[in-house]
Design a protein around this ligand. Structure first.
Ligand code: SF4
Ligand code: SF4
Length: 352
């Protein structure tokens, strides 16, 4: 059994080598996020980066400039979004980031959960200052997960003011389909997710959350929302590699600690963005650190097999909500067993 699994893995690695031999990864996303902090006033059940009020560190002004400057190694076109955590919790730093991007000629937008939008005047002043500094657009989060902490009226205020100041073409709501639904429970107070379960029943509420939001099972989602979707055994993910997410992600992040985080893989880094040219050279030579190599060639199932064989990892009894849930759970185990450079920041693993 073991021999055939290894043989199968080698066949995948071989095929992978043939198919991708002519493609080289420059790790260039079309949309690169700058995570100023993992601090957030929310602690959403679906958060892929395990952001929370308890997380305290922020990127410095110098590092913001250095990170933006590092992106200029890539060719245009790409855009940068300033994010967190909640970047509006340190508005002066967010403004600085937008000014720095403008100085470097980089197209930039920001993301917000809108929880700070408590008065028209405050929102108008901040959005106007960002627009004046060169920010082109705003993305406002809207979901039942955010509405567990944020009264919908704040989300609506953020959208209304953004439409006025940035205009309809440059106001993005993620996801607009939830606007009506979150207000159905009342506009001036947050609504716990259990309210959806009570009204719609566990199965339909689960479908609304998982399919309606296209949830990714990484970060907290697999643990906090996994009971609302069918679970799968590790075997179900046997043929799913992560080469697309790790080598060709269109959406990636640089964080405040120097971590280059591919795709939506919270807690996993491909390297240090301070050394971007060197990192790209390594990737183009197919030179990856061990955990990345396993994920690229054999996906989370390969990581699971390695952790089981070498570190005594035991599969979760009830299964996994998706391939990223399996990956995160294995990594959560590995981070306690060894010193893995890819598993950063360590706070990710302390804030489920
Ligand atoms: S999903 Fe967004 S709003 Fe929610 S905890 Fe994470 S960063 Fe904060
Ligand atoms: S399984 Fe892991 S490496 Fe693959 S996409 Fe999900 S979090 Fe990223």
């Amino acid at each position: 059994m073991q021999v055939s699994r290894i043989a199968q893995r080698n066949i995948f690695a071989f095929l992978y080598g043939i198919i991708f031999a002519s493609m080289v990864s420059s790790l260039q996303p079309s949309d690169l996020g700058l995570i100023l902090s993992y601090k957030c006033q929310c602690e959403c059940a679906h958060c892929l980066y395990n952001c929370a009020p308890a997380r305290r560190d922020w990127m410095t002004g110098e590092e913001i400039f250095a990170a933006l400057e590092a992106t200029t190694y890539w060719e245009q076109p790409y855009q940068v979004h300033i994010t967190g955590g909640e970047p509006f919790l340190k508005f002066s730093l967010l403004l600085h980031a937008v000014e720095a991007a403008s100085e470097l000629g980089i197209q930039v937008y920001a993301e917000t959960n809108g929880g700070w939008c408590v008065s028209d005047d405050l929102v108008e002043r901040r959005f106007s200052a960002l627009r004046y500094a060169g920010m082109s657009a705003l993305l406002i989060s809207c979901s039942p997960f955010h509405a567990e902490t944020i009264p919908p009226e704040r989300t609506i205020m953020a959208i209304r003011k953004s439409l006025e100041i940035f205009g309809p073409q440059y106001t993005m709501v993620y996801l607009p389909g939830w606007l009506e639904q979150i207000q159905a429970f009342g506009s001036d107070t947050p609504t716990p997710l259990e309210a959806y379960v009570q009204v719609y029943g566990q199965e339909d509420a689960g479908r609304m959350f998982w399919q309606g939001y296209s949830l990714i099972s990484g970060g907290r989602a697999g643990y906090r929302l996994g009971h609302l979707t069918p679970k799968q055994s590790p075997d179900s993910f046997r043929e799913q590699s992560c080469q697309q997410e790790l080598l060709y992600a269109q959406h990636s992040h640089f964080d405040l600690y120097g971590n280059f985080i591919p795709a939506f893989c919270g807690g996993l880094v491909v390297g240090d963005w301070h050394q971007l040219p060197h990192l790209i050279e390594d990737f183009q030579a197919n030179n990856y650190s061990p955990l990345l190599k396993t994920l690229i060639e054999a996906g989370p199932y390969g990581l699971y097999e390695m952790a089981q064989e070498t570190y005594g990892y035991s599969a979760l009894e009830n299964g996994y909500a998706g391939k990223c849930h399996l990956c995160v759970d294995v990594r959560r185990n590995l981070v306690e067993k060894g010193d893995f450079v890819e598993l950063q920041p360590v706070e990710f693993y302390e804030n489920f």
